[in-house]
Write a protein that binds this ligand. Structure first.
Ligand SMILES: *Cc1c(COP(=O)(O)O)cnc(C)c1O
Length: 379
C-alpha cells in the first residue's frame, strides 16, 4: 500500500490517469486545438509540480495557473512550458511575470500600456493574452473592438497573442447565455481581424463546453482543469446533451483508524452530541478532520468506505478527528485505512457525491484537501 504505516492521512494521485484524461481531452477537440491543462490551486489539490511534470512529459506545451506565485513555483521546479497566469496580478508582481517568463492575462486597456512600458524599459517584447468580459461580469475588459485595436496597436513591446473570455453558465442548456457570450466574443475577434489585429489563440472554454461538445466555443485553444482531474460537472436543462468526453478521477483519499471502540446505546458521539447511538455500536475514530479538508458540513451526512462497505460519519467533524460506524467490520484495527474518496472493490465515493452531501461542489472538495495531507504518486 503506497501510504506507509506512519502516514495518518494521504491522497494517492494517479499521474497515468491524469495523462490519460489529458489525452481524452485532446482526442475530443482534435489536433488543431491547443489543450492548456489548468494546474491552479495546487492542481486542484493533486500537487501542481508533479502534475505539471507529468503533463509536460505527455506533450503539454502550455499550462495555466491563477496567480504569479503559482507560476513562479512551477518555474522553480524547472517546468519550461508556456505558463498563462489567468486570475490577475498585483502591481508589485509585474516584474516577476517578466523575471519568470510567465504570460499574463491582461484585463484592461491600461494594463496593456503598463505591460508595454515595463517590457520597453527592459528592452524586450513580451506576449500577453487579453480577456474580454462577455457577460460573466468578473474580470475582463468591456472595451469595444476599435478601442482594443487602438490600445494594441499603440504598443511596440507588448504583443497580443491571445484573446479569451470565460463563461458564466456553460452547463446550463435552459438558457442562451453561453451562445450569446460566444457570439459576442467571435464578433470582437472578427472586428479585430478586420482591422489587422491578428490573434494566434482564441479561447473561451473550460471543461464543460469541451465535455458537452460546444465546438463553436473551442476555437483553437481550451483551458481545462476539472477534466484533467477526471470530473465533468453535470449539465442541466431539458436540451442538455450527454457528454462527448470520458475521463476518470485520478485521486483517492485515505485515512487511518486511530481507535476502535464499542459504545452503548444512547452514547452521544462527538462535540455537541449531535449523533446518539440508537443501539450498541462499534465506532472508529479516523485521523483526519476539517483541517485535512473533510467539510464540517458532512456532520451526520458524510460517508466513508470501510472494509469495502459504505458507512456513515457520526456526529460533528472535528478539526483532526472524525467518527464513523464500523459495526459491520469487527476486524478493523487501529492503523487500518479507510477510504474518504475513491473505491474499494465495487463501491466508490467520488468528489461530486461528497460535494453534494456537503452542499458544495466537487471543485471545492478537491481544492479543500488540506496541506498536511500527504500526496503520494502512483502510476
Ligand atoms: C479554472 C479555470 C478554467 C478551467 O476550469 P474547468 O471548468 O475546471 O476546466 C478555465 N478558465 C479559467 C479562467 C479558469 O479560472
Amino acid at each position: 500500500m503506497p501510504g506507509d504505516r506512519a502516514t495518518r492521512c494521504w491522497v494517492e494521485v494517479s499521474l497515468g490517469r491524469i495523462g490519460a484524461n489529458f489525452d481524452h481531452v485532446r482526442g475530443v477537440v482534435g489536433k488543431a486545438v491547443e489543450v492548456v491543462p489548468v494546474v491552479k490551486a495546487n492542481a486542484c489539490g493533486h500537487g501542481a509540480v508533479p502534475v505539471a511534470r507529468a503533463l509536460c512529459a505527455r506533450g503539454a506545451r502550455w499550462l495555466a495557473v491563477s496567480s504569479v506565485e503559482e507560476g513562479v513555483a512551477l518555474r522553480a521546479a524547472k517546468i519550461d512550458a508556456r505558463i498563462l497566469v489567468m486570475a490577475g496580478f498585483l502591481p508589485v508582481e509585474r516584474t516577476a511575470l517578466i523575471d519568470f517568463d510567465l504570460t499574463p492575462v491582461l484585463h484592461s486597456l491600461p494594463a496593456i500600456r503598463e505591460w508595454d512600458h515595463l517590457n520597453r524599459v527592459r528592452g524586450r517584447t513580451a506576449a500577453y493574452h487579453l480577456k474580454i468580459d462577455t457577460g460573466l461580469w468578473r474580470l475582463g475588459t468591456l472595451a469595444v473592438a476599435s478601442e482594443i485595436a487602438a490600445a494594441v496597436s499603440a504598443c511596440s513591446h507588448a504583443q497580443l497573442e491571445g484573446l479569451m473570455t470565460h463563461f458564466a453558465s456553460a452547463g446550463d442548456y435552459s438558457c442562451t447565455q453561453t451562445e450569446e457570450q460566444t457570439s459576442r466574443f467571435l464578433g470582437i475577434a472578427a472586428e479585430l481581424a478586420s482591422v489587422g489585429v491578428s490573434l494566434t489563440y482564441r479561447h473561451l472554454s473550460g471543461t464543460v463546453p469541451v465535455a458537452y461538445g460546444r465546438a463553436r466555443a473551442w476555437q483553437n485553444m481550451v483551458r481545462t482543469a476539472h477534466a484533467i482531474y477526471g470530473y465533468i460537472a453535470p449539465s442541466s436543462g431539458p436540451e442538455a446533451p450527454a457528454p462527448v468526453l470520458r475521463v476518470e478521477p485520478a485521486l483517492s483519499w485515505k485515512v487511518r483508524i486511530l481507535e476502535v471502540k464499542d459504545v452503548p446505546a444512547g452514547a452521544a458521539i462527538g462535540y455537541r452530541g449531535t449523533f446518539r447511538a440508537p443501539a450498541p455500536m462499534r465506532i472508529a475514530i479516523l485521523a483526519a478532520g476539517y483541517a485535512d479538508g473533510i467539510p464540517h458540513q458532512l456532520a451526520n451526512r458524510g460517508q466513508v468506505i470501510a472494509a469495502g462497505r459504505i458507512t456513515p460519519m457520526l456526529g460533528a467533524i472535528a478539526m483532526d478527528l472524525t467518527a464513523v460506524d464500523v459495526t459491520h467490520a469487527p476486524g478493523l484495527q487501529p492503523g487500518d485505512a479507510v477510504t474518504l474518496l475513491g473505491s474499494e472493490g465495487c463501491v466508490a465515493l467520488d468528489a461530486q457525491q461528497i460535494g453534494q452531501a456537503a452542499g458544495t461542489s466537487s471543485y471545492a472538495i478537491l481544492c479543500g484537501i488540506g496541506a498536511r495531507v500527504r500526496r503520494v504518486y502512483v502510476e
